[in-house]
Design a protein around this ligand. Structure first.
Ligand SMILES: O=C(O)CCC(=O)C(=O)O
Length: 275
């Protein structure tokens, strides 16, 4: 079932993203934040650094959101009915930290071809200009992929500190979301986010990305789950769904998937960053 209206689809086509889309209740968003804070307290190293990826493989709460039918209905409107989850990432910005995300295009280093995929950014907390919501360079997805400088700045939450320079800020729009809403963005849109200047955490759970079953990983290996439809291509490794929090086998699978992801993210890079 496709759920985006023609107006929303038009926004995605013309601007390169669509938001806000209601997907979770306040209670569900709180449950997700609690799950993160439980993991941080009991297993302080699990979702640090590279471990911020693939949390849906070790937590039934994140498994449930990744397979959420409201999210999938919207995703289906963009990439069609045969959908895989090929990865998830937590983007957390704590108050009093200087974390930011430089302007970049997801398609630049991720190796997913063709671009029949879309990234879902689910707001676990409110995201606004004060706490460093994403900003999208409207329409930039229509141009070809741009050069990125690799800056490896320690406050940059991206792997290589990959940066598109000279983005015209007046052509960017903030993606303001309430907890429980999401945005969907195009693989080639230039986007980034500033630091959190509020007194609370800004947390985004990002399904990065939902891919059509026809999409290949041309730089390495990825561990996917079928979210909807049928996979008649079988291009990827399959990952089992989490049924309990921090099961030992799931932890090992998450580690293996992250090692493979790191090879993709840092392919031909001169050094490796902290994520
Ligand atoms: O969470 C952020 O501020 C940036 C996330 C991002 O770049 C992405 O989801 O592609």
């Amino acid at each position: 079932m496709s759920s985006l209206t023609s107006k929303q689809l038009n926004q995605y086509k013309e601007e390169g993203y669509v938001a806000p889309i209601e997907v979770l209740s306040n209670g569900e968003a709180k449950e997700i934040r609690n799950e993160i804070e439980t993991i941080e307290k009991k297993w302080p190293n699990e979702i640090n650094g590279l471990g911020r990826n693939y949390i849906h493989l070790i937590s039934p709460v994140f498994d449930k959101i990744s397979h959420n039918s409201k999210i999938l209905n919207a995703v289906e409107s963009i990439i069609g009915r045969n959908i895989l989850i090929c990865g998830t990432t937590l983007f957390i910005k704590n108050p009093n930290e200087k974390g930011y995300v430089s302007f970049h295009q997801d398609a630049k280093y991720i190796g997913l071809e063709p671009h029949n995929w879309v990234t879902a950014w689910v707001a676990v907390t409110d995201a606004n200009e004060q706490n460093g919501c994403m900003r999208m360079w409207v329409g930039s997805h229509k141009e070809k992929l741009k050069d990125h400088n690799q800056k490896f700045d320690q406050n940059n939450l991206l792997t290589r500190g990959q940066t598109v320079e000279n983005v015209p800020i007046n052509e960017t729009k903030p993606v303001v979301l309430k907890a429980g809403q999401m945005s969907l963005h195009h693989p080639a849109i230039v986007h980034g986010s500033d630091q959190n200047r509020s007194n609370d955490r800004r947390i985004g759970f990002v399904i990065q990305s939902y891919i059509g079953t026809n999409v290949k990983q041309v730089l390495g290996k990825m561990y996917v789950q079928l979210a909807r439809g049928k996979d008649s291509f079988n291009f990827h490794e399959n990952a089992k769904r989490a049924v309990e929090l921090m099961n030992n086998k799931d932890i090992l699978l998450k580690k293996k998937a992250n090692e493979e992801l790191q090879k993709i993210f840092y392919k031909d890079a001169k050094k490796v960053g902290k994520f």
